[in-house]
Design a binder for this molecule. Structure first.
Ligand SMILES: Cc1ncc(COP(=O)(O)O)c(C=O)c1O
Length: 417
């Protein structure tokens, strides 16, 4: 058992005091939360920002001259500016608030794909995509007759870049859409290089940063992508918050996603003109409190520094892998080399992942079991379900030790050798 100490420059134990949920117990034990790839916990600062909005400034935005509406509008716009700074966008008008990464990618499929993809056009995806970056393209395959290609992974879970580059040579490829990091294996893809190669060939790029944005520094200028999608709730923000970054030029030329109030500048019985950015893509009353909470989450992360966040998780992952390897009968997935998020999927031959997760829960350890909304990847790697432990800023070696201790109980119960 290792003494708990700050790893990678973050003092996780001290950070946990910012998160009220860690005051509670689960089955009489300290909560060890290792389900961060599904959703993170929220610090008091985010909860306060949401509460403060409802208690002090609650009103609809953009629609009235009264004080509360003005305050709500300013706070909501300010949140866009914070997110713009977080990802290095040139302007906050390049940030569209949505409910989650799924909605962000559906926005691209509808507002860009529907209008720009024709029968026979091709889209390059990867086999490690979350369903939210597969199913919207199946929709266009059905509707428009586009063709989808999936870049494979090797047996260690690294993307087959040779295949990716070959596919980009195909003349009908219009879009390359890929994740920054696998939510099952933790593999971090060389997205900057992948974007560069696509853009050189005039191919539009969409980066799914649902797993990237909470854990890695992002600069969309350096990245050069056309679109980048992320979920607020995986990066300390409220549920129902997320964003799409898109280059202003592309947003100006695209059609809207949803139609109705707030996204127009003028409506007549003959037609409508669209509002300025980003409101053209935010129809109806948005999740104002959620957006403001996301702004507070970004403040919190920027204060920590995303380099330190990644460094912390890298150290903790190394510790976790080392300790988990000692568990009898465990099979660990994910690349042994190259950049990787703090995500560890594992299985036991003799114990179903749901049973393992259940036993861990009895020890206060929250992990996920299942297919993680990545069925094509699971099939490729020959598995149905895994247990997945995923780390974040408030996890430390004591959390990993608790996981290992609970897994030793699994080993005893299932008589694994
Ligand atoms: C890589 C990746 N992309 C997209 C999503 C979808 O996120 P959301 O459910 O917030 O839309 C997830 C969620 O787990 C994910 O891991």
């Amino acid at each position: 058992m290792q003494e708990t100490r700050p790893v990678g420059g973050l003092d996780a134990k001290a950070l946990r005091t910012d998160f009220p949920i860690f005051r509670r117990e689960v089955h009489g034990r300290r909560l060890v939360y290792l389900d961060n790839a599904a959703t993170s916990q929220r610090p008091q600062a985010v909860i306060d920002a949401v509460r403060q909005f409802y208690e002090c400034s609650n009103a609809n935005i953009h629609r009235a001259v009264h004080t509360l509406s003005h305050e709500a509008t300013v706070a909501y716009e300010e949140a866009h500016k914070k997110v713009a700074r977080f990802v290095g966008a040139r302007s906050w008008r390049e940030i569209i608030f949505v409910r989650n990464a799924t909605e962000a990618m559906n926005l691209v499929a509808h507002a860009w794909g529907l209008w720009n993809l024709r029968e026979g056009d091709e889209v390059v995806l990867t086999i490690m995509e979350h369903h939210s970056n597969i199913v919207p393209w199946h929709f266009l395959r059905k509707l428009r007759g586009i063709r989808l290609h999936f870049v494979d992974v090797d047996d260690s879970g690294q993307l087959r870049l040779d295949q990716y580059y070959d596919l980009l040579e195909r003349p009908r490829v219009r879009l390359a859409a890929f994740t920054m990091a696998s939510n099952v294996l933790g593999t971090v893809n060389p997205v900057q290089e992948m974007v560069r190669a696509a853009r050189e060939r005039g191919i539009v790029t969409l980066v799914d940063a649902a797993q990237g944005a909470p854990h890695l520094p992002i600069d969309v200028q350096t990245l050069g992508c056309d679109f980048l999608a992320a979920s607020g709730h995986k990066m300390l923000g409220p549920t129902g918050s997320g964003f799409l970054y898109a280059r202003e030029e592309i947003l100006q030329t695209m059609e809207p996603f949803l139609y109705g109030g707030d996204m127009i500048s003028k409506v007549t019985t003959e037609g409508a003109e669209w509002n300025e950015l980003p409101w053209k893509y935010e129809a109806g009353t948005p999740h104002i409190a959620g957006g403001i909470g996301l702004g507070a989450a970004v403040d919190y992360l920027m204060h920590l520094g995303m380099d330190r966040v990644y460094e912390h998780e890298r150290h903790l992952l190394a510790y976790a892998l080392e300790r988990l390897q000692s568990i009898p009968g465990i099979r660990l997935y994910g690349p042994e080399e190259g950049p990787r998020l703090g995500v560890v999927s594992f299985t036991f031959e003799k114990a179903h992942p749901h049973d393992v997760a259940h036993i861990l829960d009895e020890h206060g350890v929250a992990v996920r079991s299942g297919h993680h909304c990545a069925q094509p990847l699971m099939k490729r790697l020959g598995m149905d379900n895994t247990v997945r432990a995923s780390l974040y800023i408030y996890n430390d070696e004591a959390d990993v030790d608790a996981l290992v201790e609970a897994l030793q109980k699994v080993v005893r119960i299932f008589k694994i050798r």
